[in-house]
Every structure is written in C-alpha cells, then in structure tokens.
Design a protein around this ligand. Structure first.
Ligand code: FMN
Length: 314
C-alpha cells in the first residue's frame, strides 16, 4: 500500500501502534514494525537513559522504521526529542501541547512529525506550525481524549476537508471494519491503541487483559473531565473517583493511573485502566504481530464485498 502516510512512516501499511505510556516499549514497537505497521515507544513514561535503552532494544529487533511518542507538555519532551534525533529516529508522533514549540528543531533535523488533535482548530494550528500530518483522536479513544467530545466518525471527515496534510484516524478502531470506515471517511491511515492491550506480549497484568475481553458497550468511563479527560475501564475505583462536580486535578489523576495498570500485584477493582470504547468489540487475546496483517487481510475481503454490493447499483 502506498499513500502519503506510508511515505511519512516508511512502512508497508499505513497502520500505527498507538503509543501507550509504560506499555508500548521497545519490544512491542519492534514487533509491530516487523509486522508491516509503525511501532512506537511511549516516551513519556521513561527517563532519558531508559528511553535510549528501549530505542536500542527496538533497533536490535527490527530493521524497519519505528518511532517514539512525545507528549509536548511533559517536562522530558525536549530531552526525548534530542534522544530521538541522536538515535536516528525518522518519524515521531506528538500529543498534548503546541507542536510549534518543536517544529524548528524537527525540521532542522529532518524529522517527520504526526501531531495528535481532537478539533479542527487544533489541526489547522498544527498544520500552520509545519507538522507533516495529524492523528485525529476521537472521544471514544482510550487514555487522554479531547475535552470537546467529538467522535472519530465526525472529526475525521472535517479534518480531511479542512487540511492539506494527511489525516490518520484514531479512536474506536479495533478491526477491519474500523479501518475500512476510517479510509472511507478520507483518513489515509489509522492508529490503534486499545486492541494492543489484548495481546499476549502486552506487559500489563492478566486482570487488565481480562477486563478488556469482558468489556461490553458501557464498559468505559471518562475521568478528569474538567481538564484533560481520560477514558478508562469502568470499575469500582473509576466509579469512586468519578465526580462530575468535583473532578480531580490532572496531576493527581495521572499520578494515580501511573503504574496502577502495569503493577503485577494490582487488582481489577482498584487499578485505573485506560482503554477505549472499542474494548467492547475485543473478544480474544492475540499475538502483537497478527493484529495489523489480519486487519489488512480482512479489510481486503470487506472492501471487495462492499464493491460488489455497489456493482448492483446503476
Ligand atoms: C493505556 C493507554 C495509555 C496511553 N498512553 C498514551 C501516551 O502516553 N501518549 C499518547 O499520545 N497517547 C496515549 N494513549 C492513546 C493511544 O496512543 C491512542 O491514541 C488511543 O489508544 C487510540 O484509541 P483506541 O484506544 O480506541 O484504539 C494511551 C492509550 C491507552 C489505552
């Protein structure tokens, strides 16, 4: 497959592993890249030397391109950017912050940037700042989402109409149906997070994986609505701290979430488990390297079924 996103990423498929703090590290990134997609290491949860180590691990496991994700508002953002450049990363994704703060450096270093956005205004600003593409993150996504509550289905086509640069759809994509739908909306690629939580290699405890498998339509809840909302699986802990009149500060929520979902001695009732609405479509634990190739294969069948359906129309 070839389009502007595969060109930016240097990959076979325009499919991106959504960075997940303390989960998508070197091994997972490499496995996704080896399967034809774009693997990424979440740079926010690791220190400078740890980040170098994870990039090195990925580099030893794949000779295909992979990237890192840098939340711009985090204190270690500039250090992570310098490490990416120093270690030969060619494309990064950025989130949570103004990409104009880094574009002079990224352009100077020849680094490509896909920036995560949740509104048309943010996307236009990012395009003006000089990013190479945007990742349109809808409200149904796992982890932090935009405050405005715009779904992937409505956000993507508006961005495609408004922008010159390519759009990657993110949030709610869990199989070939989501991929084909996103492409129909005009996206040139997709980013997938929650689905990778339900993989054998995912370094989260079994109770988290089981909670994904058990999830049904009403399985997620939004915390921190006042500032930086975070979509998590509904459990006793999430219900207890969700209070629309008294939302906790971001820092406290982030600190509480941090680690609670990767701690092996944690419990399903007491951990904060970021995940998207798409958890309700996930029925089994699979291998990381199966996810994207299967999605492409099934999308091929699905799109030819759609094609033949429309052939009957004059
Ligand atoms: C557990 C978890 C941690 C995440 N951590 C980050 C992060 O550190 N940086 C970031 O930009 N996005 C983060 N995300 C968002 C994902 O990268 C991705 O955009 C999102 O999962 C896509 O929506 P989906 O979950 O419906 O596939 C996280 C998501 C989850 C579920």
């Amino acid at each position: 497959m070839k389009n502007r996103i595969t060109e930016i990423l240097g990959t076979e498929y325009p499919l991106v592993l959504g960075a997940m703090r303390r989960i998508t590290l070197g091994e997972m990134a490499a496995a996704v890249s080896n399967s034809g997609g774009f693997g990424q290491i979440g740079a926010s949860g690791v220190s400078g030397d740890q980040l170098r180590k994870e990039i090195k691990i990925a580099g030893e496991l794949t000779n295909r391109p992979f990237g890192i994700n840098i939340p711009i508002y985090r204190r270690n953002a500039f250090e992570a950017l310098e490490i990416a450049i120093e270690m030969g990363i060619k494309t990064i994704t950025t989130s949570a912050g103004n990409p104009a703060k880094i574009t002079e450096r990224t352009k100077g270093a020849g680094l490509k940037v896909l920036h995560k956005v949740s509104t048309v205004k943010m996307a236009l600003k990012s395009q003006d700042a000089g990013v190479d593409g945007v990742i349109a993150t809808g409200y149904e996504a796992g982890g932090h989402v935009g405050r405005e509550g715009i779904s992937t289905l409505c956000l993507v086509p508006q961005l495609v109409e408004a922008l010159e640069i390519p759009v990657v759809a993110s949030g709610g994509i869990g199989d070939a149906r989501g991929l084909v739908a996103a492409l129909a909306l005009g996206a040139e690629g997709v980013e997938v997070g929650t689905l990778f939580l339900a993989t054998r290699e995912c370094p989260t405890p079994d109770f988290f994986k089981q909670a994904i498998i058990d999830a049904r339509d009403n399985a997620t809840i939004l915390l921190g609505k006042g500032a930086m909302p975070m979509r998590v699986l509904r459990n006793k802990k999430a219900e207890a701290i969700s209070d629309p009149d008294k939302e906790r500060e971001d820092a406290k929520l982030n600190a509480e979430a941090d680690g609670s979902y990767v701690r092996p001695d944690g419990e399903a009732d007491n951990a904060i488990m970021p995940a998207g609405q798409v958890a309700s479509l996930i029925r089994e634990i699979r291998g990381v390297s199966e996810i994207f190739p299967d999605m492409i294969k099934e999308a091929k069948t699905l799109s030819s079924r759609l094609n033949s359906l429309f052939k009957e129309v004059d």
